[in-house]
Design a protein around this ligand. Structure first.
Ligand SMILES: Cc1cc2nc3c(=O)[nH]c(=O)nc-3n(C[C@H](O)[C@H](O)[C@H](O)COP(=O)(O)OP(=O)(O)OC[C@H]3O[C@@H](n4cnc5c(N)ncnc54)[C@H](O)[C@@H]3O)c2cc1C
Length: 345
């Protein structure tokens, strides 16, 4: 009998699987990747300071303590490069932002995440009199590469099946689960926004959020991340990612003219340069009403677990949340209340 059957091989499923393997546990992953594109299209940015109030990310100290190290260890293990630590430069838009930031930056919790001020910005950035801030302990994960190499690693260990998981064929016993002849001690459901459609977890207040992203030519030789109402992110192969949109109304993975025009307008405001569009993608983020992750045990079946609600911060949150879930499973340590799905049970 294996220790855990993982359903879903996006960012959540891959991170929890690696964490389980590093604890010496046996896993089996079932994923049909065509069902949801969120992880594959994600920009993969990890940024400790975001939003209009320059808020520190939830539990930033704990979440960031092992973040880069976690992915860097996996780079070594898989012999691939998918983590790119880079500063994030945020251009301030008005006097109000400047005032808000000046209040924030003197708080001691912010110090570890502040890069040196007053660096001169490149000519292709449209600067203004309000200045900019530079954030460190930031960068991006090439999520698509991370997933591709993770799934092929699990496949090489005979621990991966590329197939649709049919919840009607799941049998839940008190101390195990069974699925089409496979027996496991527990099942961990990592199906992104599609978890809302499974009977087991449909009682939870998922609020899926569509996002679209553009790929433009990197003819400015962009090497860092810049943000101002949108972000621009250098990619391998001479491309820049521009994102993202947030749409709660339209839950499908179709690209739209509206999102394209919106993002092109934002990037024109950030750059002194005419962007050349190459491609466009869409995905659905697994978001939750209170904007907190949703992890933990099913209220009725303790061996059925959910790893979900990564929202727009999957790259930074997933490794820490996976640690929390493993401590719940193996050490019976309670989850922080604001991420435990029991808050809605
Ligand atoms: C445009 C956009 C930009 C983003 N940018 C960032 C960013 O910069 N930084 C960041 O941290 N996050 C970003 N995100 C969010 C990020 O994508 C998510 O937080 C994260 O990828 C969610 O991962 P997941 O594994 O929970 O879900 P998913 O990526 O949806 O993965 C779920 C997997 O389960 C599979 N599956 C579902 N049901 C079944 C079934 N019944 N049987 C078999 N397989 C099944 C799906 O096909 C999929 O492979 C962005 C998202 C979008 C859409």
């Amino acid at each position: 009998m294996i220790d855990a059957l993982i359903v879903g091989g996006g960012l959540a499923g891959c991170v929890i699987s690696h964490k389980l393997l590093s604890e010496g546990k046996s896993i089996y992953v079932i994923d049909k990747s065509s069902l949801s594109s969120s992880s594959k299209v994600a920009a993969g940015i990890y940024n400790p300071i975001a939003g209009k109030y320059f808020s520190l990310s939830w539990s930033a100290e704990e979440v960031w303590s092992d973040l880069e190290l976690f992915y860097q260890r996996l780079e070594k293990k898989l012999g691939q490069n998918f983590l790119f630590p880079l500063p994030i430069n945020r251009i301030l838009s008005n006097e109000d932002q400047n005032l808000k930031w000046n209040k924030r930056k003197i708080q001691s919790r912010y110090k570890p995440f502040l890069a040196a001020e007053n660096a001169v910005l490149p000519n292709y950035i449209n600067t203004n009199k309000f200045g900019h801030i530079s954030i460190k302990q930031s960068g991006y994960l090439s999520v698509e590469n991370f997933i591709t190499h993770s799934l092929s690693y699990f496949h090489s260990k005979a621990s991966f099946l590329d197939d649709f998981f049919d919840f009607n064929s799941l049998i839940i016993n008190p101390k195990s689960i069974e699925y089409k002849g496979l027996k496991a001690r527990r099942i961990i459901i990592c199906t992104g926004y599609l978890a809302a459609k499974s009977d087991l977890f449909s009682f939870l207040p998922f609020t899926p959020m569509k996002g679209e992203i553009l790929l433009i030519k990197n003819d400015i030789q962009l090497k860092q991340i810049f943000t101002k109402a949108c972000f621009i992110l250098p990619q391998n192969g001479g491309k820049i990612k521009v994102g993202s949109t947030y749409n709660w109304q339209e839950i499908n993975e179709d690209i739209t003219e509206y999102a394209k025009d919106y993002l092109l307008a934002k990037v024109k405001d950030l750059l002194n340069h005419e962007p050349s569009l190459e491609d466009q993608f869409a995905g659905i983020r697994p978001s939750v009403k209170d904007r907190r992750p949703l992890i933990g045990q099913h209220p009725k079946y303790s061996n059925v677990l959910l790893f979900n609600g990564l929202g727009s911060k999957g790259v930074s949150l997933a490794p820490y949340l996976a640690d929390c879930l493993l401590k719940l499973i193996f050490d019976n340590k309670r989850l922080p209340q604001d991420i435990d799905l029991q808050r809605y049970a």
